[in-house]
Design a protein around this ligand. Sequence first.
Ligand code: AMP
Ligand code: GLY
Length: 425
Amino acid sequence: MRVLLVGSGGREAALAWAVAKSPTLDRLFVAPGNPGTALFGENVSIAAEDIPGLVRWAKTQKIDLVIPGPEAPLALGLTDALTEAGVACFGPCRAAARLETSKQFTKEICAEAGIPTAQAVSFSSTAAAQDYLRSKKAPIVVKADGLAGGKGVVVATEMAEATAAIEAMLTSRIHGDAGASVLIEEYLSGQEISLFAICDGETAVFCGAAQDHKRVGEGDTGPNTGGMGAIAPHPLATASVIDAAMARIIHPALAAMVRRGMPFRGFLFAGLMLTETGPHLIEFNVRFGDPECETLLPLLRTDILPVLADAAAGKLDRNVTLSWHDGASATVILAAKGYPEHYPRNVPINLGSSETLPGVTVFHAGTRKDEDGLVSSGGRVLAVNAVGDSLKSAVERAYAAVDSIDFPDGFCRRDIGAKALLTRV
Ligand code: AMP
Ligand code: GLY
């Protein structure tokens, strides 16, 4: 199989690493890729958002399967354009990508399919939103409807915060059109888990659950980021919780999308809150998570490439189950100091002996090679993963690897997995 992977982050480095192990792979190309993906395939200099460029290249190179990593090309219609050109793509069409790009759309699907989620009401008028808010109590959640670079959600612990958020989103339009309508949503409490399924339009196969650490600071403080580290499996994500999430959230969502005439193909990412009354959906994303992908793929025993190809062809065997290694996995993100705000680029990185340590894989995220060697080129720079017999050993191994990397302008959270290690089931 000739495969084109789209994207350039840690998630794509992990996908490249996993796909490259497949006996069914002939050639792997990554557009645009990074120095880490170049270890497993050939980087092609086409931007992930250049839809016509990607389609043209995939056609002339006789690509059998395109695997998009991030959501941006999906929201721009990459799958639709490839399908029209006769190239198979493991990703949702633009209409189905609305499960990530519109929170309002997701709420409609949830209502239609009876999916447990936080109760929410949508507003496009500031006065009506503020009126409704007066009938509610904190904590309460205010969300911009569209994509707002991870900054569109305010979990307000006091009513004044919620009022200000509505004003900022609806009146001042701090998120532009993404905030042209807002959701005011019930606050859910519990542990958050990211659950993944490989979907072919009708059938879904469970593809792992992990816990991300979204805030930049230890103890879950500071601004939200793309994710500062992840662990799997989480002690609360038991087989019965996973079965419940598949039965009450993933399968009903797929059925609802079929009814709407936009079957969902690709990785479906359910952000779950594990509440006292079972898993509730916080949000869907239409891609693998990052750093969840770097955390789950090292535990996967099954060759993922034929499964993705079958799913892209709408032929996923509903009896297929993925097989996993025993033990646990932990990923620590090494980020550039200042992330997620302003940070320097082009800072030299020396991986030292990190990659030779037991159980360790260092996935490149925001890196670049120049004449002098490896330098940083983004906020999240490296995803340092380790597997071990237990969560404790995976975490210790990941931090041993982090400590052997020389990147003085970098930082990481020192408490990845700490909450899970304290969790009593
Ligand atoms: P999102 O951008 O939708 O992933 O939301 C960002 C974060 O806000 C989530 O990871 C949760 O921690 C939090 N959040 C979102 N919705 C809720 C909710 N209804 N109740 C509690 N926390 C929430
Ligand atoms: N790590 C969360 C995400 O990929 O959105």
